[in-house]
Ligand binder design. Structure first.
Ligand code: C2E
Ligand code: CA
Ligand code: CA
Length: 525
């Protein structure tokens, strides 16, 4: 109640009551004069009651008018608030494009009733995801990144009717094209890619991002907009896995692939938790002496039913899901323990995933494990692929420097297969280069192009005084070739496949024996 009298309506009521009382008392005090006035006007006698009713009536009328006026203003304000709240809930404030919520309520994609279905045009939903946006964002800062997103949304808006381009957050956009003939969809997607990937000027910097697109049709691939969008996202996932600037139409097979992957992801979590993924060790052979100079740890996952999951598959899932750090720490710990079984001159080589090169804590994580296990950093070598260096070259350089300063050796893995540039070799401190096994298998004829590339790689590393390892040696002829051309270390099925820790000690003994016997035979002859 007190609040009412504090409100505008309450104050007005009090003011009116006060005015009415004043008017009434004045009228009462002077009623004789008022009667006289009325009498002189020959109006019938009016008593105090009539005067009161008149004044109260007048006050109520004025009060009602004021209330109606206020109510109208309040309704307008509420309407404006509701309109604003709806806009905020259904739009992305940065690009001013409608958002995911608006998309779900998008009326042109609502389930058609059966009788109107044939008359409705189809719509194609394009899910667009920018490639390399994070890198550009790091380069130009958040404000620059915002500017880039606004420019991309403007470019996308040119492809569809108003209200048909959505931003789902981050660098994800949706374009809905109505009545697009199926044979024109692919061309439409490539035009979008072409438009988005054109350079964008952000302040003084000229930036470029890539775009991957997945698309699906409404109502062919689902009745509800979110169902069709889910399908176009699955196609987008496929496009992303095939590399930047590609587009794919949704296909049922993609759904099966995604489901199988999701199932495997669950199993991988369980396997990591149960410690079922173990490091196996493939020997690295010093080609000149023939003795073992190290072991490369390779992850092996054997399921309870005895089936084996390929490391390439589960490592890529672990990378995508962020499980790689836990898996890496778990495997490295076991591998460091196992390495203590070997003599001090035998190095443990361990693979790092490209995503780990974005982890600023990587060196401290490794050093912590080495310290806990009691293995010297000099016994550890990490293998990094060229692709691990392109995402953030500066961060990669600083991680490599940290590892180096800690006394850990660094090998450049799969050399010649990634986005390598010779400048990289000069920039980073590598102790070793591993020539990829594809060069060994393709080494058929002397003097052909493959052989020339291998020669060039060997000359390059010799010039830079970096040791070379060649992987994938399966035949004696291959061994002879690399031995003859001055390669330092060899790895491959010819020497041995990856084996469990329990077999490494006997392998080392038999290899020592073999080297000893060979030396004895050479001494005799
Ligand atoms: P990678 O690092 O290039 O490992 C060498 C791969 O070549 C291994 O396959 C090995 O078994 C295979 N290989 C060795 N010698 C020969 C040969 O003579 N002939 C043929 N045909 N193949 C040979 P694997 O074990 O299937 O591993 C595949 C990839 O998975 C590895 O390639 C590595 O990139 C990744 N990987 C494996 N274990 C780990 C791990 O613990 N962490 C990370 N980050 N990646 C791993
Ligand atoms: Ca490797
Ligand atoms: Ca390799």
């Amino acid at each position: 109640m007190p609040e009412f009298f504090e409100s505008r309506a309450g104050k007005q009521l009090l003011a009116l009551i006060a005015s009415a009382l004043i008017l009434w008392s004045v009228g009462y005090g002077w009623h004789i004069q008022i009667f006289n006035i009325f009498r002189s006007l020959s109006v019938p006698t009016i008593d105090i009651l009539v005067l009161s009713v008149f004044i109260v009536g007048l006050a109520s009328f004025v009060y009602s008018l004021l209330r109606i006026f206020d109510l109208r203003k309040e309704m307008q304000r509420q309407h404006e608030h509701a309109r604003r709240a709806h806009w905020i809930a259904t739009h992305d404030h940065l690009t001013r494009l409608p958002n995911r919520y608006a998309f779900e309520k998008f009326e042109i994609l609502q389930a058609p009733s059966n009788d109107e279905a044939p008359r409705l045009p189809i719509a194609t939903i394009f899910s667009i995801d920018l490639d390399g946006f994070k890198k550009v964002n790091d380069l130009v800062g958040h404000q620059g990144g915002d500017q880039l997103l606004r420019e991309v949304s403007k470019r996308l808006a040119a492809f569809a009717a108003e209200g048909c381009v959505f931003r789902f957050g981050g660098d994800e956009f949706i374009v809905v094209a109505r009545g697009l003939a199926p044979e024109k969809e692919e061309r439409f997607a490539s035009l979008i890619i072409h438009s988005v990937t054109r350079p964008i000027q952000v302040g003084m910097i000229c930036c470029q991002v890539g775009a991957s697109i997945g698309y699906a049709r409404w109502p062919e691939h689902g009745d509800l907009p979110q169902d069709v969008c889910h399908k176009s996202d699955i196609a987008l996932y496929e496009a992303k896995s095939k590399g930047a600037n590609t587009s794919f139409l949704f296909h049922e097979d993609m759904q099966l692939k995604v489901s199988a992957r999701a199932k495997l992801e669950g199993k991988l979590r369980d396997a990591i938790e149960a410690g079922r993924i173990k490091p196996f060790y493939q020997p690295l052979i010093d080609l000149r002496s023939g003795s073992v100079c190290g072991f490369e740890a390779l992850a092996r996952w054997t399921e309870e039913d005895g089936s084996i999951v390929s490391p390439q598959l589960f490592i890529s899932i672990a990378e995508e899901t962020g499980l790689i750090t836990t898996l890496f720490q778990q495997l490295l710990k076991v591998a460091c323990e196992d390495a203590k079984l070997w003599s001090d001159d035998i190095v443990l080589s361990f693979n790092l995933s490209p995503v780990q090169m974005e982890d600023r804590l990587l060196t401290s994580r490794i050093l912590e494990i080495l310290k806990a296990v009691g293995l010297s950093p000099a016994r550890l070598e990490v293998e990094i692929t060229e692709n691990a260096l392109i995402e953030d070259p500066d961060l990669a350089a600083s991680i490599i420097d940290d590892l180096h300063n800690a006394g850990i050796q660094i090998a450049l893995d799969d050399f010649g297969t990634g986005y390598s540039s010779l400048a990289q070799l000069a920039r980073y401190k590598f102790d070793k280069i591993k020539i990829d096994k594809s060069f060994v298998t393709s080494l058929r004829n002397k003097g052909d192009r493959h052989e020339k590339i291998v020669q060039a790689l060997l000359n390059l590393s010799r010039g830079l005084e970096i040791k070379t390892t060649v992987e994938g040696i399966e035949e004696n002829s291959q061994l002879a070739y690399f031995l003859q051309h001055g390669c330092d270390i060899g790895q491959g099925y010819l020497f041995g496949k990856a084996m469990p820790a329990s077999e490494t000690v006997s392998f080392l003994e038999s290899r020592d024996q073999m080297v000893h016997n060979t030396a004895a035979v050479s001494a005799h002859s």
